[in-house]
Design a protein around this ligand. Structure first.
Ligand code: SF4
Length: 554
């Protein structure tokens, strides 16, 4: 049984209360909730809200929802209230939560490994059109996110999703979130190892499991055996990265403690090699460390990255081995630097079985229910019915015969979905922003889409890989710190001294083995209206002055 305030044995207290007692760690016997969030979780597990949604809230309506469910436990089932329409970004920090809450919800569908069938995509599209006013955004964690959801419709949406093997279980909340997986797992010609069996086993054992549904905060997982390093492993709480061990063959290099937001940290290697069939047990060990030793006193220190930073990789590995796995892990090699700078799998690529996969790009992840249904139709008539979402807000159709490639490409392009996309469409991501997010200060999705159009018109000859990530607030849902150009939404002053929407600029971030955070350019803020001019200037100057082989981040 898991350590918990109600069930402290057998794992606790593992250590004598020491200097970390004040961090609210269960493993040192600190079970008294030290903040409101911890109290809510102690009062009732987040997973239990489902019964109340099905039997009470969906029947009696929005006003019947208990506030601690509304702003807390609903998340365990992928539900957040969305921002009340018409409230400008200047009011975000000063209004009470209930003044920002709309009576509609955002609902996130978890798609572990980004794997979808056309049947599933069709159901996602139908739900969008019937219950979500046509909305459906591809997120950078391979999920699909709806807006405008009424609580009355949630049980029916769950029925439809679950009938095709999808769910919203722990899509949000202090839980093990969607498990990222290589979008080309099992089909890529250059794959080191296919992590899919581990993703499925982790899902089976740990998702919706009450032993792991009260974590200090969210827990993000990435598993990829692609040499393209295609799941942003550096910024996940735990990541398994495909490597070839010189003696033991293909397996995974173990990383822990990555995460962005307001205190960004890149994950660190533990120097351990994990074979495929041991990945779920190692996952269990690491998530158990987080549950038992994670800091629960302050929300802004409750991610695993703070514990990893305090312990360091050697101690973390030692605790994992000694207290959880009860055995030593094998040492192993680090991943190699990928050959390709793009990690999005866009374009037409030959699979390991001779067929092709085709990656394509909407603008900043924005699609809609009707388009998803048409994509499902195309995937069915051109492939075998399999699709994948990517961590770059893109989609891939798998298993296309060579003589069907051209027809699929033109079908996608006729829907406005680019297979041969400009670097701007490929490389620009945007978070939800002020349209629906209660924490937002500025608009992001429409801004990102119009920026792509402007740059394509102004500098069509630009051909460098470039990432432009746009966030609506200081959180980092769109990974601003690891973009070539990261844009953090905030209010800025225009030339007349008026407060208007704009961005703090970060330059030169990157993922990959040369990962690093972009530099905040001191004092460099641009208004939203000036954004296309600013980005055009930066890119034009870079193209004119770059040395041979130089990338933007260098
Ligand atoms: Fe909302 Fe901020 Fe995240 Fe954007 S970065 S989705 S505005 S919390």
């Amino acid at each position: 049984m898991a350590a918990s305030p109600e069930n402290p044995a057998p794992t606790t207290p593992r250590r004598k209360p020491g200097r970390h007692r004040g961090e609210g760690q269960w493993a040192v016997g600190h079970f008294t909730p030290l903040n409101g969030n911890e109290q809510v979780k102690k009062d009732d597990d987040g997973l239990n809200v489902r019964t109340r949604i099905e039997t009470i809230y969906s029947k009696r309506g929005f006003d019947s929802i208990d506030p601690s469910d509304l702003r807390g436990r609903m998340r365990w089932w992928g539900l957040y209230t969305q921002r009340r329409q018409g409230i400008d970004g200047g009011k975000t920090a000063i209004l009470e939560p209930e003044e920002l809450d709309d009576e509609y919800f955002m609902l996130r569908v978890r798609i572990d490994g980004g794997r979808l069938t056309t049947e599933q995509l069709r159901v996602i599209g139908e739900i969008s059109q019937e219950f979500a006013r046509g909305t459906a955004d591809l997120t950078d964690r391979q999920n699909i996110q709806y807006h405008w959801i009424r609580i009355e419709d949630v049980p029916e949406i769950w029925n439809r999703l679950e009938a095709v093997g999808l769910s919203t279980t722990e899509a949000c909340g202090d839980t093990p979130r969607t498990i990222l997986g290589s979008p080309v797992a099992g089909i890529a010609a250059d794959e080191i190892i296919d992590g899919t069996p581990a993703i499925d086993e982790i899902h089976r054992r740990f998702i919706g499991n009450p032993a792991f549904s009260n974590l200090p905060r969210k827990f993000k997982t990435a598993i990829s055996g692609s040499p393209q390093l295609d799941v942003a492993h550096e910024i996940n709480d735990i990541a398994f990265v495909g490597v070839d061990h010189p003696e033991h063959g293909p397996g995974f290099d173990l990383w822990v403690g990555g995460g962005l937001s307001t205190n960004p940290k890149l994950g660190v290697r533990l120097g351990a090699w994990v074979p495929l069939d041991e990945v779920p047990d190692v996952f269990e060990g690491v998530i158990s460390i987080f549950r038992d030793y994670g800091y629960r006193r302050l929300r802004n220190r409750a991610r695993l990255k703070f514990l990893v930073a305090d312990w360091g990789p050697e101690k973390f590995r030692q605790v994992l081995q000694d207290e959880y796995l009860k055995r030593a892990l094998l040492d192993g090699p680090a991943p190699e630097l990928p050959k390709d700078v793009w990690r999005d799998h866009l374009g037409v690529h030959r699979q390991n079985d001779g067929r092709f996969y085709i990656g394509f790009a909407p603008r900043v992840g924005r699609v809609d229910g009707a388009t998803l249904s048409k994509i499902a139709e195309l995937a069915e008539t051109h492939g075998s019915g399999r699709l994948r979402t990517t961590t770059e807000q893109k989609l891939i159709v798998l298993d296309v015969a060579e003589d069907r490639v051209e027809s699929l490409v033109s079908g996608l392009e006729s829907l406005g979905l680019k297979v041969n996309a400009s670097p701007f469409r490929r490389g620009t991501m945007a978070c939800t922003g002020i349209e629906f997010c209660k924490l937002a200060i500025v608009e992001t999705k429409a801004r990102g889409a119009s920026l792509i159009d402007e740059l394509e018109r102004r500098i069509p000859e630009f051909d460098e890989p470039i990432t432009i990530n746009i966030n609506g607030c200081p959180n980092s849902c769109a990974r601003i710190q690891v973009a070539d150009i990261g844009l953090k939404g905030q209010l800025v002053l225009d030339d007349e001294g008026n407060q208007v929407e704009g961005f703090q600029v970060h330059l030169g971030g990157a993922l990959g083995l040369e990962a690093g955070f972009g530099r905040k350019v001191r004092g460099l803020k641009v208004t939203s209206a000036e954004l296309p001019d600013y980005v055009e200037r930066v890119l034009t100057r870079f193209q004119a002055e770059r040395a041979e082989g130089e990338r933007f981040a260098t």
